[in-house]
Design a protein around this ligand. Structure first.
Ligand SMILES: [Zn+2]
Length: 596
């Protein structure tokens, strides 16, 4: 387990990265005054409303409200997790991502991911070379031809061959101890059990007598391998173990290659094996990916839903396939915001996508996908076969099984329709079944659907918004002592930002925001950072200090109201009377000042 990335590193990374480069290399930008523009990559539009500010290091779309820092952009656009986005940015500016020591884990010898990637890549080339040149490769080629794969498809997917024997790869690539250790950490070489006292080699090849399928990560870099046995033997399929490069629960086979087709078809297809993905691609169905010997995870689904709103799961029609589909559905329910679709395609017994597409062709397979069972039908069909719908207690049992599932869905039209369906099946009204608990909508969704209205900000939110967008304001505060007395909600965040800016005047919007990524207010702060304040730059300084004064006035107001209330009830104690008089006096002075 790698430790946390230190905050100081994120900060120096943000100081080096230029968001304009990061976005421009993916979505070409055009300069417009001090900012850059493009048609928004997050919603359909013909005139550009997607704006990137080099001074704030922040992007904002006036059309759909999408916004964020360079890290946030990579997470949303390239479908990366936080750590992946940080790694990608760091690589771009030539920094290596340090990790804090993870508690309870012995520190591993440090190894840059780049070096390990190089080793995996060399192994991949070696496997491919064996398929072309090894005397035993004939068997492998015959097998691939038998499965209907042509040479071109095999080359595209980098299919290779691991000859029988124990040390083909080890001898070729493990030329010294360091290299052997790297092959071990890359998962292509195995070490003999230390308890095994029999004589023999300490290291040996993991993949032997197998067809090799390189597994790429979301960026298209080979990180692991899958191997299918040639002829009889166990296991039929063998994957690389989890390594620092390869995490089965988050990678999907073929995702990098399928990304474009998923986007253009607006749909991804999830199948079970590498051969399915490859055969489908050969027949022109290029939007399929496969899980890697694990059940579908939430990370998988989130990755796919970011690329297209519909996912179709393709399973064997047998018992095991139905069970796997049910499990996938359960994982998917919390992700089913309105606008997303889920389908379940069950193939005839004994068939898989690979065999079907070779028998019927790509178009027929697409037609099957179009006919996939929608979520509601799969859910209710499955449950109603498990109860006796002709009996009252059978219907009650249906409610008790379906409700917990539907409750996991985010609130919205789809959830309501599922409830309505349950009502019509059982004859019970929504009230009789009880209201579903309000499930929280994913933050990003909530953020985009509810933009802040102008004029809606409290003085504290306005102060934070101005400071986030113009950090230099923090260097010239007229009344710094008064900030220490502030107790209003948000005061702590305001003070933290001012502290950061005091330490380093080079702070920009993005650097400030990244300091609060884990704080629970991050998404609110992002909204404030893109809030249109439309204040002329010369008036900003005045406006900011006035806002801070307002904060103090607001706090005084709250305190005096509290004391007035108390004086009417239990009465004031100690210095409270003096305090109240002073507060009221200060208020009077403020009003006089304003009217002058
Ligand atoms: Zn947009």
């Amino acid at each position: 387990m790698a430790g946390k990335i230190p905050n100081t590193f994120i900060d120096s990374l943000m100081a080096r990265v230029d968001i304009v480069d990061v976005i421009d290399s993916r979505v070409p930008l055009v300069r417009k005054g001090k900012e850059f523009q493009a048609c928004c990559p997050f919603h359909e539009e013909k005139t550009p409303s997607f704006t990137v500010s080099p001074s704030k290091q922040f992007y904002h779309c006036f059309g759909c409200g999408a916004h964020g820092t360079a890290i946030g952009f990579l997470m949303d656009y390239a479908n990366l997790g936080f750590v992946e986005a940080v790694e990608e940015l760091a690589e771009g500016v030539g920094l290596e991502v340090p990790r804090e020591k993870a508690v309870g884990h012995p520190t591993q010898p440090k190894e840059s991911p780049g070096r390990l990637l190089g080793v995996v890549d060399e192994a991949s080339n070696w496997f491919q070379q064996q398929l072309r040149t090894h005397p035993d490769a004939k068997k492998a080629i015959a097998y691939l031809k038998g499965r209907g794969l042509d040479g071109r498809t095999c080359a595209i997917f980098g299919v290779g061959f691991a000859p029988d024997g124990w040390d083909g790869l080890l001898v070729a690539l493990g030329t010294n101890d360091t290299r052997t250790q790297q092959l071990l950490r890359a998962g292509v070489v195995t070490r003999r059990d230390s308890g095994d006292s029999r004589k023999g080699r300490e290291f040996y090849d993991r993949f032997r007598g197998r067809i090799i399928f390189p597994i790429e990560d979301h960026r298209g870099r080979v990180v692991a391998f899958g191997g299918r046995i040639l002829g009889e033997g166990e296991p039929k399929y063998l994957n690389s173990p989890e390594t620092s490069l390869f995490h089965k629960g988050s990678e999907l086979y073929g995702l990098h290659r399928a990304r474009r087709a998923i986007g253009s078809e607006n749909r991804s297809i999830v199948v079970e094996g590498y051969m399915d993905v490859i055969s489908l691609a050969q027949f022109g169905v290029e939007n399929a990916v496969a899980t890697l010997g694990t059940a579908t995870s939430r990370t998988h689904l989130q990755r796919l839903f970011r690329l297209a709103p519909e996912i179709v799961f393709c399973f064997d029609g047998d018992r095991a396939g139905r069970d796997a589909a049910w499990k996938a559905m359960q994982v998917a329910l919390p992700e089913m915001q309105d606008g997303r679709q889920l389908g379940f395609l069950f193939l005839p017994d004994g068939e898989d996508p690979d065999t079907i597409v070779r028998e019927e062709g790509g178009e027929a397979f697409r037609a099957r996908v179009n006919e996939a069972l929608p979520l509601d039908k799969f859910l209710f069909d499955t449950l109603t076969t498990q109860v006796d719908m002709g009996r009252m207690d059978g219907k009650a049992r249906l409610v008790s099984m379906a409700r917990p599932l539907i409750n996991q869905m985010p609130a919205g039209a789809l959830q309501q329709m599922m409830l309505d369906r349950l009502s019509s099946l059982t004859g019970l009204s929504g009230e009789q079944m009880g209201k579903p608990p309000q499930t929280k909508v994913a933050p990003r969704q909530r953020l985009r659907s509810q933009p802040l209205e102008p004029g809606q900000l409290s003085p504290m939110a306005l102060a934070i918004s101005l400071l986030l967008q113009n950090p230099h304001l923090g260097t010239k505060i007229e009344n710094p002592e008064m900030l220490q007395q502030l107790e209003l909600e948000g005061a702590e965040h305001l003070r933290q930002m001012l502290q950061l800016i005091k330490q380093d005047e080079g702070f920009n919007t993005a650097r400030l925001l990244e300091h609060f990524r884990d704080s629970g207010v991050h998404s609110y702060l992002e909204k404030l950072a893109s809030y249109p304040t439309s204040i002329h730059s010369e008036a900003l300084h005045r406006h900011f200090n006035d806002t801070l004064e307002k904060l103090l006035a607001q706090q005084d107001e709250q305190r005096s109201l509290h004391l007035l209330e108390k004086s009417r009830g239990q009465g004031l104690e100690g210095g409270e009377k003096q305090e109240l008089l002073a507060l009221l006096d200060a208020k009077k002075q403020r009003i006089e000042q304003v009217s002058k």
